[in-house]
Design a protein around this ligand. Structure first.
Ligand SMILES: Cc1cc2nc3c(=O)[nH]c(=O)nc-3n(C[C@H](O)[C@H](O)[C@H](O)COP(=O)(O)OP(=O)(O)OC[C@H]3O[C@@H](n4cnc5c(N)ncnc54)[C@H](O)[C@@H]3O)c2cc1C
Length: 462
């Protein structure tokens, strides 16, 4: 369990009758709620549906920094797209940071918002040049950035950044927007008709002119072929009580990510990240920490070209919109992304529509490379991974199952494949969940889907 998940929330009403709306938002994390917030004062009749409780998905397991000094991401965007696009991305992030703290202040949301300097440091001497390049780029873009030291390492520092408590923020938005939110309301099926969608939720039919998908990862393959256009990265975090918490947050620019921040008298330390499909043994990764108060893992999505996907899935149809693929920088991106989504829906100009549009041309060589990696990951995952200590595989009737036997000798039997794309599962010994090795779906001990892209459980029924 993450430190944020200690904060509890009371469920709002469920969908229990048929409805007609202009916009249906699916998913109640930072993405969905930010969009609902932006639409609340428009003429569009909008509702949001969340399959469990708002905020307890990926959003509840982040480090919750609000900053535009984003590790190696800006450098990657600069290398991939050039300086002009990177400058635009940087401006979008600065706008997102500014807007998010403005909303918190305007709405008086009590979410432990703290102004906190962000440091970008370099773990390896060989990468120092990257830090100098980043500095030059930030200066060129009129950022007030300082060269300084962080733990004896050369670092850059900005001061207009923040930290907060993500679930308290979500609860604040939920309170403001509660008339339009339905929890414990899972979308089972979406059918496209001529000029509207029919959506099945809790046995009721919701008719919507437009859909905004804010489920972190779309649970269906077509029409966008999402799994081939992004990859998931899993990160490992510990939180530990310290005597001297500081008003700062930091991340390195290197590939082996280290990131930290403080919350009250806790240090939150993200000590390792890896591509989910290459994931090793969780237990070993945490073994270096002999004492901690919380430990958890989380995953986020990186698109093939490192820019988020925000907007319509198709050039010819703006009735189905998505926001996600934030490369672990969801708070600024979802906040500015929600303004982009609002402006698309209202047919207004917005400088970031073209930057984030999901149907932009992705480089063909990158698509082939990533599609091949996805294919290899699926094949590898189906070979009942060697890291799956303590798990027994067998056939019961005609069903392939995986069995975990707990400390009390109780057997937990689940189906052995993720329903999303039939990838294999690994047992997460730390959090006691079944995790998809390719795309990151997660299931409880007894097979309930707790995180997508899967939209179905893997519970075993004899
Ligand atoms: C280790 C780590 C650290 C991070 N730290 C930071 C940070 O410091 N700063 C930052 O800006 N970003 C950070 N991020 C990124 C950020 O946490 C994510 O990008 C962001 O939370 C994603 O939010 P979301 O709303 O898109 O997804 P989610 O929070 O996962 O929300 C999606 C919601 O959709 C719901 N849903 C799914 N399917 C259905 C369905 N069929 N019907 C109804 N509802 C459905 C889910 O239940 C869920 O609540 C971090 C990410 C990671 C992995």
């Amino acid at each position: 369990m993450s430190i944020w998940q200690e904060e509890k929330s009371v469920a709002l009403k469920k969908i229990d009758k048929n409805m007609e709306v202009d916009v249906l938002i699916i998913g109640g994390g930072i993405s969905g709620l930010s969009v609902l917030y932006q639409l609340k004062d428009t003429s569009l009749k909008t509702i949001l549906v969340e399959k469990r409780l708002c905020g307890y998905g990926v959003t509840s397991k982040s480090t919750a920094k609000i900053t535009y000094l984003q590790g190696s991401l800006l450098r990657k965007i600069r290398k991939f797209h050039g300086s002009e696009v990177a400058s635009k991305y940087l401006q979008a992030e600065r706008d997102g940071v500014f807007l998010l703290q403005k909303i918190i202040k305007k709405e008086k949301i009590s979410c432990d918002l703290k102004k906190s300097s962000s440091y970008l440091f370099c773990s390896h001497e060989k990468n120092l040049i990257q830090l100098h390049e980043e500095y030059d780029f930030l200066i060129k873009n009129q950022v007030k950035v300082f060269k300084t030291y962080f733990q004896d390492k050369l670092a850059l520092k900005i001061e207009d950044s923040y930290t907060f408590h993500p679930i308290k923020y979500i609860k604040g938005l939920k309170q403001i927007l509660k008339a339009y939110i339905y929890e414990n309301s899972k979308v089972e099926k979406i059918c496209k008709k001529d000029s509207y969608y029919e959506v099945l939720i809790n046995g009721c039919l919701i008719t919507a002119k437009k859909i905004v998908l804010a489920t972190h990862y779309p649970y269906f393959l077509k029409p966008f072929l999402f799994p081939f256009k992004n990859y998931a990265e899993t990160s490992y975090i510990v939180a530990k009580k310290v005597n001297n918490p500081l008003e700062l947050n930091a991340i390195n620019i290197d590939e082996d990510v280290l990131s930290l921040r403080y919350y009250k008298n806790y240090l939150l330390y993200l000590f390792h990240s890896e591509v989910t499909s290459k994931r090793g043994c969780l237990k070993e990764s945490f073994e270096n920490f002999s004492s901690f108060d919380y430990r958890w893992t989380n995953k986020d999505l990186f698109t093939n070209d490192y820019l988020p996907f925000i907007g319509a899935f198709s050039k010819h149809d703006d009735s189905f919109l998505f926001l996600g693929g934030y490369g672990t920088w969801g708070f600024s991106n979802a906040t500015i992304g929600s303004v982009v989504i609002r402006d698309i829906l209202l047919k207004k100009q917005n400088p970031y529509i073209s930057l984030f549009n999901p149907y932009r041309n992705l480089k063909i060589e990158r698509l082939i490379h990533d599609s091949f990696s996805t294919f290899l990951a699926i094949v590898k995952s189906t070979k009942n991974n060697v890291n799956n200590q303590g798990v027994i595989y067998k056939k019961i009737g005609d069903q392939d199952v995986a069995i975990y036997v707990d400390e009390n000798k109780k057997e937990h039997i689940v189906l052995n494949r993720c329903p999303h794309m039939k990838c294999g599962l690994i047992f997460n010994q730390i959090e006691k969940t079944w995790d998809c090795l390719c795309h990151g779906s997660r299931f409880s001990l007894d097979g309930k889907c707790i995180e997508g892209p899967s939209n179905f459980d893997i519970s075993f029924k004899k």
